[in-house]
Design a protein around this ligand. Structure first.
Ligand SMILES: Cc1cc2nc3c(=O)[nH]c(=O)nc-3n(C[C@H](O)[C@H](O)[C@H](O)COP(=O)(O)OP(=O)(O)OC[C@H]3O[C@@H](n4cnc5c(N)ncnc54)[C@H](O)[C@@H]3O)c2cc1C
Length: 454
């Protein structure tokens, strides 16, 4: 491979290419024979054709912020890191669209859009490090996905390279396209198991003139979720509906921009946006919807205060993990009206397994980050956390929900899809994998329908 690609091949992979954010908090890492850092799509084609010919395993890698172990190389082979493939191929702000390469970092895309009065509305928490290819491969979401949708909603086209080394182009600048099956949708969330994404066409939206966050504190989850129900029932289209339960609040309140009342057991973060007049009108109506049982309302308006709030929001995962050094955090989704039950069940499951448990997440989408705090060096605790997670998944499925709303299956949730889907659907899932990657060189063993494979 070095004869073909020269310096793009690094034979002694630096440790950070063997792990992702899952490793940091759960102690999982892998091994690889080499890292390849392609600079263009042609080099990706060369790598994959070579790997198919030599039956060499390939682990596609973006920014390594994934929380399901998807970018961890399990069985040697190469790590295909997309970081040098980061050009902006075209940017047409007046038409609200951009074509970028997969290795561009999410925050860089957000910055580019902002500088032209536009917005890329997907805002996953690790945006300074994650890449757009990784966002597509996990169909990442963020707080603003409640109003604007996840990465898939912004995607109009993809360039990708198949395991065979052949390049495909799906969609493009066209905003509507039903000519074939929805292969764009299939690759969004495919976690590097079907193809390597090399570039994407994305829609942008005009930046709202005004964004006004509102943070409401309640004594408990029942009072907080009742406020969410009122916002929805009154037809108030807020951009964000995020929450923290009592446990998450206890670990993060000290760094919150204003003092948090001692008896607060639930935080609701919401935001209104639009023209200055629209955002202000909605802000007044949402404030009214939040009023019952309210302990405290924080309504920052100065840009610095608003930025401080979102910086704090982005840091929740790290602050929670710092408490015991590690966490086993799963991203179940339930029908939103079951949020209060899921919050309570997370804590109850933790107690049954002698683990401190808490949650925060995207309330409007019914998407919890249900978290069991662990010391990652304690094998017994990690085992108990895995048992607790299995109970959590069973709860999500019984609630009509999903074992993963956001982070994917990767290796962390192997076998769970077969609990959620009926056997014929799981067989179809695995047939799709075989159609794209018959030699199973791409991320083998990740996101399987049936597990053990076959
Ligand atoms: C502090 C923190 C906060 C987070 N907050 C959120 C959040 O709010 N919402 C959310 O959805 N996620 C969140 N995440 C998870 C993570 O940031 C997202 O899953 C993100 O989209 C991963 O992107 P990445 O570039 O880091 O991908 P990686 O971690 O490098 O890879 C993730 C998966 O995508 C595959 N992949 C990566 N690039 C490509 C490519 N070009 N082609 C094919 N496959 C590829 C990998 O093989 C792997 O399976 C958070 C993580 C952290 C650490």
């Amino acid at each position: 491979m070095r004869r073909l690609l020269g310096d793009a091949v690094v034979a002694e992979p630096a440790a950070h290419y063997l792990a992702d954010a899952t490793a940091q908090w759960r102690g999982i890492s892998g091994h690889a024979d080499a890292v390849v850092l392609p600079e263009n799509t042609g080099q990706v084609e060369t790598v994959l054709a070579w790997c198919t010919e030599h039956e060499c395993q390939v682990t596609p890698r973006g920014g390594g912020t994934g929380l399901a172990g998807g970018a961890i190389p399990l069985s040697g082979g190469i790590v295909l890191a997309l970081e040098r493939l980061c050009a902006v191929r075209s940017f047409e702000p007046e038409r609200w669209r951009i074509e970028i390469e997969a290795g561009l970092r999410t925050a860089e895309l957000q910055r580019l859009a902002r500088e032209s009065g536009l917005r890329f509305p997907v805002d996953p928490g690790a945006a300074e490090q994650s890449q757009i290819g990784g966002n597509i491969a996990t169909n990442a979401g963020g707080p603003h996905s409640f109003k604007y949708g996840t990465t898939r909603a912004q995607l109009t086209g993809l360039e990708a390279v198949l395991a065979s080394g052949e390049r495909i182009q799906l969609g493009g600048k066209v905003r509507k396209d039903v000519a074939g099956y929805d292969l764009l949708g299939l690759l969004a969330g495919s976690e590097g198991t079907l193809a390597v994404i090399t570039a994407a066409h994305l829609k942008l939206v005009p930046a709202p003139e005004s964004q006004l966050p509102l943070v409401a504190l309640y004594p408990d989850a029942l009072a907080g979720t009742a406020a969410i129900e009122r916002i929805l029932a009154w037809g108030l289209e807020v951009a964000v509906l995020d929450y923290l339960d009592a446990g998450a609040l206890a670990l993060t309140a000290a760094s919150f921009p204003i003092p948090v009342p001692r008896d607060a057991g639930f935080m609701l973060i919401t935001e209104t946006d639009g023209s200055a007049a629209e955002a202000a009108r909605l802000h007044a109506e949402v404030s009214e919807a939040l009023a019952d049982n309210l302990l405290e309302l924080h309504a920052p308006t100065a840009p610095g205060e608003i930025a401080a709030l979102w910086r704090w929001r982005d840091g929740i995962a790290n602050q929670v993990a710092a408490h015991r050094g590690g966490k086993v955090s799963d991203d179940i989704a339930v029908p939103p009206e079951q949020l209060a039950a899921a919050i309570a069940e997370t804590v109850a499951i933790g107690a049954r397994h002698e683990l401190e448990a808490l949650s925060w997440g995207h309330a409007g989408d019914g998407n919890l980050h249900s978290t069991f705090l662990v010391d990652p060096r304690d094998a017994g605790e990690l085992r108990r956390a895995d048992d607790a997670a299995a109970e959590l998944f069973a709860f999500a499925i019984a609630s009509g929900g999903s074992v993963s709303g956001e982070h994917g299956i990767g290796i962390a949730k192997r076998g769970q899809l077969a609990r959620q889907w009926a056997a014929p659907a799981v067989a179809l899932h695995d047939a799709v994998k075989r159609a794209f990657d018959p030699g199973e060189i791409l991320n083998r063993g990740k996101k399987p329908g049936a597990w053990p494979a076959g």
